[in-house]
Every structure is written in C-alpha cells, then in structure tokens.
Design a protein around this ligand. Structure first.
Ligand code: SF4
Ligand code: SF4
Length: 330
C-alpha cells in the first residue's frame, strides 16, 4: 500500500452512542450531520492535491454518515482509507459488498461494552465484525480500558464471537469520572492492562507481522504509557507533510493539537509542509510516535508542481527554440 500522506479525517461529529469517556459531549454527538461535499467532490478534491492519500475516517461514527459507502467507493478509486467504527450501522453490510479490502488499510472496531449492553448492540457488532472479517478486511477490536472493563477483562473478551479476535486495551486518557488517567489507574488495574496487552499482541502476532506498517490507530503498545504520556515538543516531526488532521468541512491542520489552518481540501487551498519540522504542539496520541520515527516517515513528500515549460509562455518557448536551432546550425 503506497501513499504519500495520511490524514485523520473527522468526517462528522454525530454518533449514535454516548460513551462516558468520549472526547465529545452529548450535545456534539447529537448534532445533525452536515455533508459538506458529495462523494465525487471529495474524491476529486483529494486527487487535485496530486497526492495519494490514506484517509483515516473517524468521527463521531463514520459509518452513520449519509452516503457513507458511496463516499468510500469514490475515495478508494484512487486513494486508501482506514476506519474507526462502533460497527452498529447497516451501511457496513453494503461496505463489505462494494469496497475492495485491498484499498482499506485497517478497520478499528470499537467494542464499547457499556453502551453495547445498554442498547442491546452486541449481536449487530458481532454480525458486522464477522462479515468484514470474512470479506477479507484487515480488522482488529479495541476497547477503552476503563476500570470497569479491567475488572471484567475475561467477560469482555468473551463478548467477541469471531474466532482469533480479542479486544486490544486502549489507554484511558484525560478526566474520567472525576479522576485523571492514566495516572489514576490502580496497581491491580495496571497488571490486568498489561496482561490484556500481552494477550492481544500474541493473538494478532501474525496479522501484525504481515503488515508493512502499524495500523493508523495502534493501541498494541498502550501498556508502555501506563505511567504517563510523553511530550514530543521540539522533536522533528513530519506531521504537516506526511500527516494532517482534517475537520468535517475540509479544513486542514498539522495534527490534533495544532490550530494553524493549512488550507481546505474542498476549496483546494491545502499546501503540505515540506519535510519535517520541530513539534510545536503537545501530544497527538498514536500519530506522534509514527511521524517522529524515520522508519515510517521516510523521505519528505515531493509536491507535484508546475514544470519549467508550463511556467514559460508557449510563444517565448518557440522563440528560444528557433534561436537555439540557429546557434546550433552555425
Ligand atoms: S462510539 Fe466513539 S464516537 Fe461514539 S460516543 Fe463512543 S467513543 Fe464517542
Ligand atoms: S503533536 Fe505529535 S504529531 Fe503533532 S507535531 Fe508534535 S509530534 Fe508531530
């Protein structure tokens, strides 16, 4: 899978779930979804950058976006996608039928056990999980490691009905039920977390080894951050050139913590930075590690620009050519 630039594209704010650890408050998750562009408009606008994109679709719940599968079909004609999903939507059956698994880097299926139980959503989750897995999509299951999940780790693992798939624990970050994580994890919870991480690394060992790079959202080593998340400020990072964050209306930013607008995709004003530059933000979990690591950043993107011939007016080129021929004839 070769691509020039990866994007964390927050396609919409809306979600049908209300997880109490979600970064978005309920009123944002309940917003009416706005479609800022038709599928072909988005696909053409990404192609007009001259770059091949890996678009990580997230939200909210991306599969609830109106015309979600049409959008994925249009994008994957030339680009690649990956997906965060709670696997609740009927659109995923159509996705499994119409989208080529070779154009989908990975699907991160979020388990969210509390909401799943509250909304009787386990059956549909396992149905969609099996469907996508059997259709050949690269997929893993993650679970936000709340104290309740860690206290019932074995029962949580038994919720999954697709053989070989186990939940990968994701680090709880920020304030949850009045306590600040990951600092607030108790010693026993840390032990369970580490055990879940080890089990996940073993269960997905072959799958990970076969991949050319880690999944867009890569929680497999979250146990390394139980004692705190590092700061990357000042480190050379290719966010801005090899990675960007995109908001629902198409506005582009260097990464999660950056607020300097880098153009808009639909308005065709996006200009990537050239090469790495020092991190001027705090921490953009999952992306910092990848885009400060030369193994995955590689050489800077070369931006397709106008050739010398296209900068020079044709009549001038003709005159230069005639003069050159005269000189050569002498
Ligand atoms: S499924 Fe994801 S986006 Fe939806 S409420 Fe839960 S954490 Fe938030
Ligand atoms: S916050 Fe992370 S992704 Fe953003 S510039 Fe800094 S190191 Fe790069």
């Amino acid at each position: 899978m070769h691509y020039d630039i990866e994007a964390d594209w927050q396609l919409l704010n809306t979600c049908n779930y209300r997880c109490d650890y979600c970064f978005f408050p309920g009123e944002v998750l309940g917003e009416k979804t706005v479609r800022y562009g038709a599928p072909d408009e988005w696909a053409d606008a990404f192609s007009a950058t001259g770059l091949t994109w890996l678009l990580h679709l997230t939200g909210g719940e991306p599969s609830a976006y109106p015309g979600f599968v049409d959008l994925c079909a249009a994008l994957t004609r030339r680009h690649f996608i990956s997906l965060n999903s709670n696997l609740t939507q009927t659109s995923l059956a159509d996705f499994a039928r119409r989208i080529d698994p070779a154009r989908v880097s990975v699907i991160n299926a979020g388990l969210h056990p509390d909401e799943r139980a509250r909304r009787r959503g386990l059956e549909v989750f396992n149905r969609n999980l099996g469907l996508l897995h059997d259709a050949g999509f690269s997929i893993f299951v993650s679970v936000v490691a709340t104290p309740q999940v860690l206290a019932a780790a074995d029962e949580v693992a038994r919720l999954l009905a697709v053989p070989g798939l186990v939940p990968v624990p994701k680090l709880l970050r920020g304030t949850y039920r009045g306590r600040h994580y990951p600092d607030a994890y108790e010693a026993g919870e840390r032990e369970v977390f580490r055990a879940m991480s080890r089990k996940a690394r073993s269960a997905y060992g072959d799958w990970r080894a076969q991949r050319s790079e880690p999944p867009t959202i890569d929680p497999f080593d979250d146990d390394s951050f139980l004692s705190g998340t590092p700061t990357f400020r000042g480190k050379a990072c290719t966010a801005g050139s090899r990675f960007v964050r995109i908001e629902p209306q198409g506005d582009v930013f260097r990464c999660g913590s950056d607020t300097a607008l880098q153009g808009n995709i639909l308005a065709r004003t996006f200009v990537p930075h050239v090469g790495p530059s020092p991190c001027n933000s705090g921490y953009c979990f999952y992306f910092c590690r990848k885009y400060t690591d030369v193994k995955y950043t590689g050489p800077a993107v070369s931006i397709p620009g106008p050739t010398l011939a296209s900068l020079v007016p044709p009549h001038f080129m003709k005159r230069v050519s005639t003069a050159l021929q005269r000189v050569l004839r002498r």
